[in-house]
Write a protein that binds this ligand. Structure first.
Ligand SMILES: NC(=O)c1ccc[n+]([C@@H]2O[C@H](COP(=O)([O-])OP(=O)(O)OC[C@H]3O[C@@H](n4cnc5c(N)ncnc54)[C@H](O)[C@@H]3O)[C@@H](O)[C@H]2O)c1
Ligand SMILES: [Zn+2]
Ligand SMILES: [Zn+2]
Length: 383
């Protein structure tokens, strides 16, 4: 099969690999029809993680079931399924509570929780930017989609990660109807947090970034764009909230947060959130932070430490939730919103490319080139 392989920093190639196959009786084998490039892939692409060269990338996957293991009961050959980026078992102590991003069964290292397809430090699972994908615990992990999803793949594929992740960020922030929320980052995840905030009837949605194309997408769904290359985002939020700060805040950038000139400050969005969220407000953090970042320009963060304004945070009585999204906890309900026409997450898709053009997609999306807001890949594998 063809697969997109990570070779080293800013080097990915489409190569021939042995076909993915059923390895355990509980596996499902999927012919991937749609798979996205994610901001999380970019941390790996840029060589800023422990990703091993030779591994297949891709954790935002959907496709057709072409084979099922002998212990699979529910999922059938021919089903169109969307796979949460989390690989989880469904029966461990964390999965039982819906915390599938912290599955205790699927990691391959001791005392670790959580696994994902094609991801650094998240288990041995190959990614789905390939013709075929092995899905462990297929009955648990496959979201079987309605027939209409065949024609609306760019909407439904967002259930694999970013739509649930944006929603999760607003859940971590405890966003309630009628409240004001400020979102840092208008990449795909920040835009999905904005979409989720509209679905939850937020009164006012403020979103901070410096890329006009991304901010324009946010404005299309009624958010107020704040361009931090032109104004202080903290001042702008305070101005929009009578000097009080937003009720809730969402971090959708992660450890490679930088100023508009491009200098990285891993604490920048967190501290901006503390300043722009009100006393007693809460903050959701879904942007990725890692435990060690030897290449960070910030000496503290090389050891994984962040100079966080804890004093101001404590003084304001704020609270914060963080981490990977438990996709399975949300994807069925969000699928219902897509099916009923209440959510159209594909509005951010700028490019649909065949898998062989994936390296081009990575290059432009990584540069945040104007107009490259979300790249969707279509493998064309046959057996
Ligand atoms: N928690 C999860 O389950 C989960 C799931 C998916 C993605 N993620 C993470 O979410 C983050 C965002 O993903 P994405 O796909 O949107 O990535 P992206 O890199 O395309 O978007 C990030 C955006 O943040 C902006 N930005 C950078 N510094 C900023 C700053 N100081 N203030 C405001 N905006 C700033 C960039 O201009 C960019 O538009 C990444 O860290 C990704 O790994 C987490
Ligand atoms: Zn992703
Ligand atoms: Zn589990």
């Amino acid at each position: 099969m063809k697969a997109l392989v990570y070779e080293g920093p800013r080097e990915v190639r489409v190569e021939d690999r042995p076909d993915a196959k059923i390895e355990r009786a509980t596996d499902v084998l999927v012919r991937v029809t749609t798979t996205n490039i994610c901001g999380s892939d970019l941390h790996m692409y840029e060589g800023r993680t422990d990703m091993e060269p030779g591994r297949v990338l891709g954790h935002e996957n959907m496709g057709e079931v072409i084979e099922v293991g002998s212990a699979v009961d529910r999922v059938r050959i021919g089903d169109l399924v969307c796979l949460p980026f989390n690989v989880s078992c469904g029966f461990c102590r964390n999965c039982e509570r819906g915390l599938t991003a912290y599955c205790l069964t699927t990691p391959d290292t001791p005392n670790m929780a959580g696994a994902a397809y094609g991801f650094a430090d998240m288990g041995p699972y190959d990614g789905g930017q390939a013709d075929f994908l092995r899905v462990p615990y297929g009955d648990f992990n496959c979201l079987v989609l309605p027939q209409e999803a065949w024609e609306r793949q760019t909407d439904y594929v967002m259930l694999s990660d970013i739509f649930p992740t944006g929603w999760h960020c607003t859940e971590l922030a405890d966003l309630q109807p009628g409240e004001t929320v400020v979102i840092f980052g208008a990449g795909p995840v920040g835009l999905m947090a904005a979409l989720s905030a509209t679905l939850k009837s937020a009164a006012k949605i403020l979103i901070v970034d410096r890329h006009p194309d991304r901010l324009a997408l946010a404005e299309q769904i009624g958010a107020i764009a704040i361009d931090d290359s032109k104004v202080s985002p903290i001042d702008a939020v305070l101005e929009e909230t009578n000097g009080l700060g937003a009720d809730r805040g969402c971090e959708c950038v992660g450890y490679q947060a930088h100023d508009p000139q491009g200098n990285e400050h891993p604490n920048m969005t967190l501290n901006n959130l503390v300043q722009s969220v009100k006393f007693t407000g809460s903050i959701g953090v879904v942007g990725v932070f890692i435990t060690k970042d030897p290449q960070s320009p910030d000496p503290l963060y090389r050891e994984g430490d962040v100079a966080f304004d804890y004093g101001a945070y404590w003084f304001k009585g704020q609270s914060m939730g963080s981490g990977q999204c438990n996709v399975k906890h949300y994807n069925r309900q969000l699928s219902g919103l897509i099916q009923q026409g209440k959510a159209k997450p594909s509005w951010i898709v700028s490019h649909e490319l065949p898998l062989p053009q994936a390296p081009e997609g990575y290059l432009h999306f990584d540069n945040r080139d104007n107009g490259w807001t979300k790249v969707v890949l279509h493998p064309e594998g046959t057996r």
